[in-house]
Design a protein around this ligand. Structure first.
Ligand code: ATP
Length: 222
């Protein structure tokens, strides 16, 4: 289907917690697609990995803090409100129904792209959305089958049709992961890859078994 409109971008993840690479990636995809809105959708029950440490409300709260200065980033609790495993296919079908002709872009990191052939009904994705793949250090390539299901294209082409193409971003290329951040929080009490407001929220709510940093000297009366 031919069209020319600003795409709607969907960015699913555990966001446990949201970090600098998520935000930089979402902003980069938005920008290259003409300031497209990006919906960040924390999942309820991730089907492909360990369950989150922080509950849905906490992950939403951290996302809202991290996105507060970026109007193009929309924190969306749709997956959290659904029952059962958060299959992206289910989410994509929902947003496609709401937007029958608009270009719909599903953005993922290169690590997720490399495992797409194991995702629930991945073959149906190309009829529902485009892909935007963000590079990530030390990732395998996707299978040839997956690559050819989504022919590589550019941002202009993605705006011209509603689904079926793939945009490969060159940047950002950040060696950041939520797993490493959770470890740093336990050991050191903080991590530079977090937005300072998210860091403060984590400490205030004692999330991720955060280590108690004694940064200030106590001036207590004897
Ligand atoms: P974990 O370390 O717990 O696996 P994560 O940092 O990979 O977490 P997720 O919330 O699982 O974060 O990721 C959501 C999406 O963001 C996925 O598509 C993932 O590939 C992508 N992503 C996460 N970190 C990066 C990164 N540094 N560069 C590019 N994409 C990333």
């Amino acid at each position: 289907m031919m069209c020319d409109s600003v795409p709607l971008v969907l960015f699913g993840g555990t966001f446990d917690p949201v970090h600098r690479a998520h935000i930089s990636a979402a902003r980069a995809v938005s920008k290259v697609l003409g300031d497209a809105p990006v919906h960040l959708l924390p999942n309820a029950v991730p089907p492909h990995k360990a369950q989150p440490m922080a509950d849905g409300e906490e992950r939403l709260a951290m996302l809202r803090l991290a996105c507060r200065d970026y109007p193009e980033l929309v924190v969306d609790d749709w997956e959290l409100r659904q029952d059962g495993p958060s299959y992206s296919l289910h989410t994509l079908r929902h947003f496609r129904q709401q937007n029958p002709e608009r270009p719909l872009v599903f953005m993922i990191g290169a690590d997720s792209f490399a495992t797409l052939h194991r995702w629930h009904h991945w073959q149906d994705y190309a009829r529902l959305c485009h892909l935007a793949v963000v590079p990530r250090p030390d990732c395998e390539l996707a299978t040839v089958e997956v690559q050819s299901a989504f022919p590589e294209s550019d941002a202009g082409q993605l705006r011209q049709q509603s689904c079926g193409l793939r945009l490969m971003l060159k940047r950002p290329f950040l060696d950041v992961s939520a797993t490493a951040i959770r470890e740093a929080l336990q050991q050191k009490g903080d991590c530079p890859a977090l937005d300072p407001a998210v860091s403060a929220h984590i400490r205030r709510h004692h999330l991720y078994n955060v280590a108690n940093k004694t940064t200030s000297t106590k001036h207590e009366a004897p």
